[in-house]
Design a protein around this ligand. Structure first.
Ligand SMILES: [Zn+2]
Length: 266
């Protein structure tokens, strides 16, 4: 199975690499996409990916500037750094991410967030890469940016928006990332939205070490735990977990490219 959104470098400092990878493999999660947050961390992210590969898992790399870093990364300098990095890592990058907008209170200045996300969407288009979007109270603003950029592909990760927003994103060819939020019994609106969405538009993701699920509340999240989300989603979609896992893996390969996400043992 493929975990389409993980912060491997954060996870490693919290949990230790061999244990994380052993639990992933035991759970049947052999492929992971690790996302970037800030230019000063891309090199470390790449190094951790290499260590995980040595331990036998396939790792896809996405690079970007997360909206939470918008107060520390000056937009013009950040975009120039990303442009250079994507050039240097051409062929080893499967997406631009994690980028987006966070409209919760206490978030970095909105105009800096806008400059960063729009510039990064344009870079993704130039490099023919999909985007991995962070959305919090910002789905409508992101939809507007997507509509202004025909041909832009991607996923809204950890989707928690409304059914209408889900449908508008799917109409534009975007995927919805299904995170651990779905495992919380009180997530009734999210569950209803995903139950009404076509399985062809969904991706499975941990966002580890963030967003722990119901059974792991208070502990760091891990890629291995996506099997718990898979079980809940299979029930919602009236299917069985293995069939759904195949569907979701195929979706991930359709978005990010088949070659980059094929396990080394297949
Ligand atoms: Zn994330």
């Amino acid at each position: 199975m493929i975990d389409t959104h993980c912060h491997l470098d954060d996870l490693v400092t919290l949990q230790g690499l061999p244990g994380v990878v052993a639990r992933m493999r035991q759970a049947g999660v052999s492929v992971v996409v690790t996302v970037g947050v800030s230019p000063d961390r891309w090199a470390a992210q790449k190094m951790v990916a290499e260590q995980v590969r040595v331990l036998g898992c396939t790792v896809g790399l996405a690079y970007g500037i997360h909206p939470w870093w918008a107060d520390r990364v000056e937009p013009a300098a950040g975009l120039a750094a990303l442009s250079d990095w994507l050039e240097q890592e051409r062929g080893n990058t499967l997406a631009v991410g994690e980028i987006g907008l966070d409209s919760a209170t206490d978030m970095p200045d909105a105009s800096r967030q806008y400059a960063l996300v729009e510039g990064q969407m344009d870079l993704a288009l130039q490099h023919n890469l999909p985007v991995i979007l962070h959305e919090r109270k910002s789905a409508d603003q992101l939809l507007k940016m997507i509509r202004h950029r025909p041909g832009l592909r991607g996923v809204v990760h950890g989707f928690t928006g409304s059914l209408q927003q889900a449908q508008q994103l799917i109409e534009r060819g975007f995927y919805l990332g299904v995170g651990a939020a779905i495992t919380h019994p009180r997530a009734t609106r999210l569950r209803a939205t995903l139950a009404a969405s076509p399985p062809e538009a969904l991706l499975l993701e941990s966002d580890a070490p963030n967003q722990s699920g119901h059974a792991h509340w208070g502990e760091p999240n891990e890629p291995a735990y996506i099997i718990e989300q898979l079980a809940v989603l299979a029930e919602l979609l009236f299917t069985d977990a293995p069939t759904l896992a195949n569907r979701l893996d195929a979706n991930a390969r359709a978005l990010f490219g088949r070659a980059a996400l094929t396990p080394t043992d297949q």
